[in-house]
Design a protein around this ligand. Sequence first.
Ligand SMILES: NC(=O)C1=CN([C@@H]2O[C@H](COP(=O)(O)OP(=O)(O)OC[C@H]3O[C@@H](n4cnc5c(N)ncnc54)[C@H](O)[C@@H]3O)[C@@H](O)[C@H]2O)C=CC1
Ligand SMILES: O=C(O)CCC(=O)C(=O)O
Length: 528
Amino acid sequence: MSFQILISDPLSEEGIHPLRQTDNMEITVATGQSEEELLSNIEQYDALLVRSQTQVTKEVIQKGKNLKVIGRAGVGVDNIDLDAATEHGVIVVNAPDGNTNSAAEHTIAMLMSLARKIPQAFYSLKQQKWDRKSYVGVELKGKTLGIVGLGRIGAEVAYRAKGQRLNVVAYDPYLTEERADKMGIQCATLEEVLHQADFITVHTPLLKATKHIINDDAFKQMKPGVQIINCARGGIIDEDALYRAILDGKVAGAALDVFEEEPLQNFHLLELPEVIATPHLGASTVEAQENVAIDVSHDVINILNGGVARNPVNLPSLPAEVMKRIEPYFNLSEKLGTFVAHIAKEAVEEVNIYYSGDLTEHDVTPLTRNTVKGILKRFLGEHVNDVNATYFADKKDITINEQKTSVTKGFTNLLTVEVKTRNGFAKVAGTLLNGLGTRIVKVDTYSVDVVPTGNLVLIRHKDQPGAIGRVGSLLAQFDVNIATMQVGRSDVGGDAIMMLTVDRQIDEDVLVDLKEVTDIYDVTPIDL
Ligand SMILES: NC(=O)C1=CN([C@@H]2O[C@H](COP(=O)(O)OP(=O)(O)OC[C@H]3O[C@@H](n4cnc5c(N)ncnc54)[C@H](O)[C@@H]3O)[C@@H](O)[C@H]2O)C=CC1
Ligand SMILES: O=C(O)CCC(=O)C(=O)O
C-alpha cells in the first residue's frame, strides 16, 4: 500500500530524506498554496506536513477524507484546528525539541539587539549617517530578566541569560521552587515578574489563558523603561496595548519575532523607533529545520505504517518504555471492546474497564482508548479510531471508568470490560498468555478459553442433554464447520452458554433457524 504525502510549507530537504527513502511514501511538495487550492486537492492525501504558514482549518480537515496524520515541523500547532482533527480521527504530531536551541538563541539575539539598539544603529549607518548619540544602550549585567513560560525554550533562555550575568525571575504554573533553585533562578508569580523585570520575554503557547496575558493592566504593573521580547506567539502580547505603552514612555523597547496576524499586515508597531522585529525567524536555522523535519517525517512514517507516534499532540504520549510494555495488549483491548459491544446489543451508556495483575503497573490510557474504539466501531463504523474514540464517547454521553484492581482470578494479567446498557450489564474478560497469545477467559460469569479472532457465535441456552448436538447438526446442515466449541453453565439444568468458532460468517437464515432450536434463548454472531 502506498501513501500520498503533501508538504505544503518549505521543509528542509535533508529533513524529509527519511520520507523519500521509504518505499511506500509518495511525496508532493506544493508550497504557498491558497486555502482554495489546498481544499481542492487535499482529498487525495494521507498525510499533510506543514510549518506555521499553512492554515489547516476545519474545512481542510473535513475535505481531507483520506487524511490520517498532520505533521507540524515545529512546536506551535495554533495553525491547525485540533478539535476538527480529533473529531475526524486525524492524528496531529509536532516536533517539540528540534528547534528549541534556535528559538532560545534568537531570543538572546533579540535581547542583546534591543539592549544595544543594534538594528536601529545599523539602519542609520546604512543611510550613511554617523550618529553615536541616538543609540546609547544599557548593560545586561545585573539587570533582571523576567520569563513568562519556563518550558523548553524558556529554560534555555534562562541558562543563556545567566551567562550574561542577568538575574532571572520566572513565572510558569508548573515551575517548582525546587527546580528554580536548581537552575539558579527565582520562581515568581506573574505579578512579581511584571514588577521586578527590566526585560520581559514570553515563552508560552498561545492558549485562551495566555492570549493577551501581557495587556494594558500588565504594562501598568511594569517598571518604567522595561523592554519586551516576544519570540513565542503573536497574541500573547496585546499589540495595541504595547503600542500605547511605548507611546506613553512606559516601555523603552520591544523585540518581536511573531505577530497577531502573519504575514504582518498592519505595520503600525514597526513605525515606532523603539521596536525591532524579525519575520518569525526563531526556528529558521539550518539545524532546527533539519531536526524538526526529520522528527515529523519519522512520526508520519510510523503512523502510516501502523506504528506508534512519538510526538502526538491530540493523543497522550507515553514514554517508549511504557508503550513497549502495553503494546502487546492493544489487540486484546480492542477485541474485548468489539466483543462486549456485540453481546450488549443495546446502546452503551457506561464502560467500566478493570485492569489487574501486570497491567496495574503501567499507564493504561492507550488501552482504554483502544477498548472504547472497539466498542464504538460496532455502532459508529470504521472511522472511529484511537484519536477520536473518547471524543465520540464524550459526545454520546458514555461514561468511561478505568480501574486497577488486585483481583487477578489466577491470571498474571487480566483485562475486564463491562458495559451498561438500558437492559443491564454485559461483561467479557481477556488475558495475554505468555508465549500463547491472547484469550477471552470470561463471558459474563462463564469461564471460557477462546482465541479472540475470526467468526464467533455466542449461544445462550438451557443446560439440557442434546442441546450441543442439535446446534452441531443444524450448522452441519448449512455447511458451517465448527472449529472450536466451549461450553459453560451456571449450574446443572440452569442457564448455559456455548462459544463457537466457525469457519465462515453465520448467514441470516442460519441465525433464524438456530434461534428456533429447542432450549436456545439467544444467538449472537460476533466478528472479531
Ligand atoms: N518564533 C519561533 O519561530 C518559535 C516559536 N516557538 C513558540 O515558543 C513557545 C514556547 O515553546 P516551547 O518552549 O517549546 O513550549 P513548551 O511547551 O516547552 O513550554 C511552554 C511553557 O509555557 C507554560 N505555560 C502555559 N500556560 C502558561 C501561563 N498561563 N502562564 C505562564 N506559563 C504558561 C507551560 O507550563 C510550559 O512550561 C510556543 O508558543 C512555540 O510555539 C517555538 C519554536 C520556534
Ligand atoms: O516553522 C517555523 O519556522 C516556525 C516555528 C514555530 O513557530 C514553532 O515551532 O512553534
